[in-house]
Design a protein around this ligand. Structure first.
Ligand SMILES: Cc1ncc(COP(=O)(O)O)c(C=O)c1O
Length: 386
């Protein structure tokens, strides 16, 4: 019988010489050989012996193999951060003269990397709305890149539809917002799925990391030994170990993140001050795509309060439990105003194009008791009326 998600995430035992229950942590830069012959065999890939942690390390490998199973791929590579993974994948796939289509609304640094850095290498960059793909007539992009749900407007992009429409492109999906517990893009035709493991995969806000998974083992091998090793954005074995530890509770955490987000949405929907709520499936929004490709709406939501941005600022400033912070997927509930924080490099008209406003507030629901989160939000509403 095929093991369930949580069993796979907990029983990750690929390399363990001493029967340790938990994953051993190999904090070493290099590995030694007993003879030059065994070094020669390792360097010529006749054996799989470990050589140097920038190329391979048992703890990092454990993480890569676990993520491959959870994302239903054949193999994975871990990077030092989500941006390490994104830049590594795009630089490995694209060369001078190639073209990339990215969804208009993607994470700020991914947007900057694609818009500012790729053109320096002669790569043609287009941003488009992948929710309305029939408006995009050119199908000849080498790479199509997007996130779903989007940030912070929580719109869903139909992975299967995009993969079928751009059937000659390499489809790359950033699955950070859902985690593999809620969504597996490779099941819907994506070629590559990546994560900022800094978020839900690690889950405790104490580490930076990134992962890339594909069904194509040869591509992953090339990404590791033809890009990562040379660029050097390697994850520390300690960070890989922390992420492996986080993965063991991913299923429990995601259930609670989702429950807390749903309870917050329910509370906000009853407040007269709230003009708009962004949450997958809320009031039937994107219900068909949600049902098709996700197993829950996730732990992130956004909303707008009536009036100008000053009221949103006053609201956020008066909270005591919720922390004003970027990032997401931590145990703590985090709140931010994207136009002033994560999306501050964009103009107001860009934000409108992305589907939200300068006063939109984003919440990453943590793992606290939701009654305490709601109590804090009530404090915010009381404060803006004073
Ligand atoms: C959707 C998404 N992708 C990628 C990243 C970049 O990840 P990292 O900060 O680990 O480099 C982030 C960071 O917030 C993100 O939200």
């Amino acid at each position: 019988m095929k093991k369930h998600f949580e069993t796979e995430a907990i029983h990750t035992e690929f390399y363990n010489e001493n029967n340790a229950i938990n994953n051993p942590l190999y904090l070493t830069s290099s590995f030694y050989f007993n003879t030059i012959k065994s070094a020669d065999d390792a360097f010529s890939f006749k054996t799989n012996d470990y050589v140097y942690t920038r190329g391979n390390n048992p703890t990092i490998r454990e993480l890569e193999k676990t993520v491959s199973i959870l994302e239903k791929g054949e193999d994975s590579v871990a990077f030092s951060s989500g941006m390490g993974a994104i830049s590594g994948v795009l630089m490995s796939l694209l060369e001078h003269g190639d073209s990339i289509l990215a969804h208009t609304n993607i994470y700020g640094s991914s947007h900057s990397f694609i818009k500012e850095i790729l053109p320096k290498y002669g790569i043609d960059v287009t941003f488009g709305d992948l929710k309305n793909i029939s408006n995009i007539k050119n199908k000849k992009y080498k790479v199509v890149f997007f996130e779903t749900p989007t940030n912070p407007s929580l719109e869903l992009i139909d992975i299967e539809k995009v993969s079928e429409y751009f059937s000659n492109s390499t489809i790359v999906v950033d699955n950070t917002f859902s985690s593999p517990y809620l969504q597996n893009p490779l099941d819907y035709g994506a070629d590559i799925v990546l994560h900022s493991a800094t978020k839900y995969l690690s889950g405790h806000g104490d580490v930076l990391g990134g992962t890339v998974t594909s069904k194509d083992k040869d591509y992953i091998n090339k990404l590791k030994f033809g890009t990562l090793c040379e660029y050097g954005s390697v994850i520390s074995p300690f960070n890989a170990w922390l992420i492996l530890r986080g993965l063991k509770t991913l299923h429990l955490r995601m259930e609670r993140h989702c429950l807390n987000a749903e309870k917050i949405v329910e509370f906000l929907s009853q407040r007269k001050e709230v003009e708009k709520i962004y949450y997958p499936g809320f009031e039937g929004e994107n219900a068909d795509v949600l049902k098709k490709q996700m197993r829950g709406s996730g732990g992130i939501l956004s909303f707008e309060i009536s009036g100008e941005i000053d009221r949103s600022i006053k609201f956020v400033n008066s909270l005591k439990l919720l922390k004003i912070s970027v990032s997401l997927g931590d145990t703590e509930t985090l709140i931010q105003i994207p136009s002033m924080m994560t999306h501050r490099s964009f103009l107001n008209e860009d934000l409108e194009k992305f589907g939200f406003k300068n006063k939109t507030i984003r919440i990453s629901a943590g793992l606290e008791n939701y009654e305490d989160i709601i109590f804090d939000l009530e404090r915010g509403f009381k404060n803006i009326e004073q």
